[in-house]
Design a protein around this ligand. Sequence first.
Ligand code: DGY
Length: 434
Amino acid sequence: MRMEAAVRTDLDGRAREILEGNDRGGYTVPNGRVYPFQWNWDSAFVALGFSSFDEHRAWQEIETLFQAQWDDGFVPHIVFWRDDAGYFPGPAVWATGRIPPTSGITQPPVAATVVRELWARAGDRGALRPRLNQLFDKLLAWHRWFARVRDPLGKGLVVAVHPWETGRDNSPEWDGPSRTIDVSGVGEYQRRDTTHLDQSMRPTKAEYDRYLALVQFGRETGWNQERIAQTNPFRVADVGMTMILLRANRDLLALAQELGRMDAMKEVQGYIERTEAGIGDLWDEELQCYCSRDVITGRFSGFVTNGSFLCFYGGAHHEQRERQMLAHLERIAARVKYLVPSLDPEDRGFDAIRYWRGPVWAVMNFMIGTGLADAGYERSAERIRNDTRALIEGAGFYESFCPVTGRGTGGGDFSWTAAMWLHWARHANTPQPE
Ligand code: DGY
């Protein structure tokens, strides 16, 4: 028992060192070499990590991100506060013409959920209330942007226009929808990710060509978000972003109530109801699973991914579907040592070390575990938290982990893994013998 406590204390210190080492003054880079800028959802998760030892710094992480918000409410997926030749594609390729320079796509909107959590833990609410008020308006503007621009079907489903937006870059969910992207204008370019990391853990060249073709497409529209949402060659109703926004809208509603913002309450309630009514469109009857859906062809991706299990986090309650999702989870648990792999291990395309085609991600586990616990599935929730803890204890603070062997995959000293340790995984209960 004492040994265990010592291991945790050690890891607490190391996690803190990682966050402090990746702190660039008001914002944190995911990993200094591979990702040397501020990333949107990384920062939100990182704020949870900071909140365990530095409350001001936690709030500041989110405030800095929202300094880069565009006038129409859009919040970019990368903010290039300073240039760095170690990453491609950098600000010159995105060419959004913003100050500070940013990318032209967004990322899963976890920030409102995080801010609600920061507020719940607030030491001095009186002092923090003005900061909450300011952030609330910015969060509302972002959620409004999703409703106005990224819900072309009017069903409350988030339509992603780039695999990078979903955060699950090379998930096989995007293979079908991106097959028809014209890459003939992409030309020569030099990737930087594969100079820092093992190629077998990264997306392929064919995938990168498509990523860049989509950046070119956006740039050619002058980053006209309305046009992109209507005409982009890649338009997918993403199950991950939709569940995350559903949860974030519930949390924004709670904040609106806290602040007495009656006007906003009605509006946000409307967003929630729209998604609750539309979410059935992401239930694939054949697969008996939630998954993403190509907006252009109407086809389901047909893949069980860790994004599917975010249904609990979104609170998309539906008894029969929940039962099916739990059955998928149990089936998968019997095939791997550590939950939750990013792709069903029974799938032919499962690749235990390649990015979003197999590896386990601590932030996804955090959301899935939190959702399961909220829905009353404590045993599954605790299994996921325990697995996350065991992965970090065994391998360190990697970007992701092999679900079969537990080895670290991708980059090391990763900010969001350190944050998830401090905020969540370290609190896992030791499993009792059966
Ligand atoms: C990358 O460069 O791999 C990032 O995931 C893009 O956001």
